[in-house]
Design a protein around this ligand. Sequence first.
Ligand SMILES: [Zn+2]
Length: 317
Amino acid sequence: MSNKKKSLLVLICLFIIGGALYSTNYAIKKHEKSVQAIKIKEEEVSQAKVVALAKVSADKKALAAALKAKEDEKLKADALIKEKELAEKAKKDAATANALAETKQKKSSSSKKVIVIDPGHASVTSSVKEQQAPGSTIMKVKEPGGTQGINTKTPEYVVNMAVAVRLRSVLQEKGYTVIMTKTQNSQMLGNIARAEVGNKANADLVIRIHADGDNNHSVNGASMLVPTNTKNTSGIYKLSKEYGEIVFNSLIKTVGMKNRGVNERSDMTGFNWSKVPVILVETGFLSNASEEKLLMSDSYLDKIAKGLGDGIEQAMK
Ligand SMILES: [Zn+2]
C-alpha cells in the first residue's frame, strides 16, 4: 500500500470516528434538552396547580366573605328587629306609665270626693214637726228617737255614732273628704237640716247610719234604704240606688249578716229633701239578742265600717 492510500485510509478512519463522536454528543445533548423540556413542563404543571390552588383558595375566601357578609346582614337585621322590639316595648311601657299616672290622678281627684256621714238620731228628742217632702202636706216629728238594745238598753244613737266615727276613719284613710252632720249625740238637727248638710257640701254621697228594731225579736239582718223615684228625688234616684246596691253588697260580703235587701222608700224626710245621692243603712236589729250582742262588740262595728267604706270606695270609682 502506497503512502497516499495509507493517508486516505487514516482520513477516512478519522472521519468515521469524528462522526461517531459527533452523533454521540448530539444524542446526549438531545437527551438533555428533552429532560429540560420535561422539567419545564413539570414546572408549568406545578405552577398551574399553584394557580389553581390559589384560585380555590381565593374562591374559598370569597365564599367565606360572602357568608360573613350574609351573617353580618342577618345580625344587622336581627339588631334592627331587636331595636324595633325595644322601641315598641318602651312605647308600651310609656303607655302603661301614662295610664297608671292617669289612674292615680283620677284616684287623687276621686279622693277629693265628699262623703257626708249622718249618724241617725240624737240623745235629745223633739216633737216639732217638719215637712216630709218639699211641697208636701205630710208633717213628721223632727226627732222621735231611735230604738234600743233588747238586753243592754243601749240607745240606737250610740251604735249609730260608733259606726259613723269608724266609717269616717276608714274613708279618711282612703283619702275622701268626710263631713259628719254631727259629732255629738246631744246635737238634735232634724232630718231637713241634716239633708241640707249634704246639699251645701254638694256631697258625692250621703250615708245615713241606723240600727233597726222590731216587735218580733227573731227578726235580724241588715238592709239598705234608698229613695223611691218621685218628683222630689228624680235627680238623685238612679245614683242613690246604684250606690246603695254597691255599698250594701260590700257590707253583706264583709260582715256576713242576713241580707234583707235594698228597699226604696218615699216617706223618708232625709231622702226627699236631699239634692245629692243619699242612702240609709240599717246595720242590724237591736231588738234581736244575738245581733244586739254583735253590735255591742268593737270588732263587729269595725267590720261594718270596713264593709261600708270599701263599698263607698267601689261606688265612687
Ligand atoms: Zn233609726
